[in-house]
Design a protein around this ligand. Structure first.
Ligand SMILES: Cc1ncc(COP(=O)(O)O)c(C=O)c1O
Length: 382
């Protein structure tokens, strides 16, 4: 028998709920992906580049034209100059970028602070590096960092902190003040940062994303990760990037070059073309998703679910305690899928130790208006 290196890992809830939605014919508002296509010009560009013969290995660090576009976007959005050559690396998805950053710096015995509820890839990546995750719960109901608990978790073994803003599953945003506070705590310590900013452009109500890229002090020790999949509605392309100061980038690339070596060539060409030709896509993205959030929330206002509108991401949390307080959230997600035809994700799966009275499920509103309308109708009938 093989002794598993990841004994606690099974099939993820995202796969399970998507399967259940397919089996039962439920509307799938569980897993985080759009039910609409990315821009036609982007999709057509892939075919063009395949026909033009862009089908062999890309450079290990990523196509120069795409790294240049990312650098230009960072200058535009965050007012920062980063080197396309020595600070930006294109990876096959943000998940792989996070994995490589963790492998690059975490050693056996190191501790990594994660804030629960947190994305499920962090912990296995830390464990494979021989490290251990220390889970610090965010304060409910706002999902802000609880600084007392954070400071209690810090110790000489702490080697990394993983941030995620805009935050999956809550949609909460980290503030610039919180970044300043974090900088104060870790200033004199040997601690790196992974800042998972895959939803960086999905920020609503006129708020601004506080990126670690725009925080000069934190950036010096950070790997900032993003995903073209989220930004361009092409999650299946699994193409992302990581931005880090030159010394950290050099270490990250040592890992990346033996995990995948490089990302998919024609996709990188297509993204580079599209970013150059359609800068308006990013500018329009907040309004695009805000209108989906508002449509879904306006329709749900007639239901017995309670919620505060998500500040960012394409996820909406809802409290169901007025409907089925007797069910935990796993049972609730299954009940919603089987009995009411709408699949959701239970929030407890993002926790090491979920709060006992948690009655929250997550819906993904990256869906066509028609899908959101049908889902809301079913949810309002409960
Ligand atoms: C918080 C967070 N980080 C990372 C990812 C992964 O991004 P990618 O598909 O580019 O690997 C996701 C995708 O759902 C996510 O929600």
């Amino acid at each position: 028998m093989i002794e598993s290196k990841l004994p606690n890992v099974g099939t993820t809830i995202f796969t399970r709920m998507s399967q259940l939605a397919a089996e039962t014919g439920a509307l799938n508002l569980s897993q985080g992906f759009p039910d609409f296509d990315g821009p036609a010009a982007l999709r057509e560009a892939v075919g063009r580049h395949i026909a033009a013969g862009h089908n062999q290995y890309a450079p290990m660090t990523g196509l120069p034209a795409l790294r240049e576009q990312v650098a230009a976007k960072i200058a535009l959005c965050y007012g920062q100059t980063v080197s396309a050559d020595s600070e930006i690396t294109i990876t096959p998805g943000a998940t792989q970028a996070i994995f490589c950053a963790i492998q690059a710096v975490i050693r056996p015995g190191d501790e990594v602070i994660v804030f629960d509820p947190c994305y499920d890839s962090y912990e296995p990546s830390v464990e494979l590096a021989g490290g251990r995750c220390v889970h610090v719960p965010l304060a409910l109901p706002t999902f802000d960092i609880d600084w007392q608990r954070f400071s209690d978790a810090l110790n000489p073994r702490t080697r990394m902190v993983i941030l995620n803003s805009p935050h999956n599953p809550s949609g909460a945003l980290i503030s610039r003040e919180a970044l300043d506070r974090l900088a104060e705590f870790i200033r004199d310590r040997d601690i790196y940062l992974v800042s998972d900013e895959v939803y960086e452009h999905l920020v609503f109500d006129g708020q601004r994303h506080a990126s670690v890229l725009a925080h000069a002090e934190l950036y010096q020790r950070a790997f900032v990760v993003s995903s073209f999949g989220k930004t361009y509605h092409v999650t299946g392309w699994k193409t992302g990037y990581v931005v880090a100061p030159p010394a950290l980038t050099a270490e990250l690339r040592k890992v990346h070059q033996y995990v995948s070596f490089c990302g998919v060539t024609p996709l990188q060409w297509a993204l580079a073309d599209f970013m150059l030709e359609h800068p308006e896509h990013i500018a329009e993205l907040p309004a695009f998703y805000q209108s989906k959030r508002d449509l879904f929330c306006d329709l749900l206002a007639g239901s017995r679910f309670r919620f505060t509108r998500a500040a960012g991401t394409y996820f909406q949390l809802v409290d169901y305690s007025e409907i089925r307080p007797d069910l935990d959230d796993l049972a609730m997600a299954e009940w919603l899928t089987r009995e009411h035809g709408v699949a959701a994700i239970p929030v407890s799966v993002f926790y090491q130790a979920p709060p006992k009275d948690l009655r929250l499920v997550r819906f993904c509103f990256a869906k066509r208006e028609e899908t959101l309308g049908q889902a809301a109708e079913k949810l309002c009938a409960i």
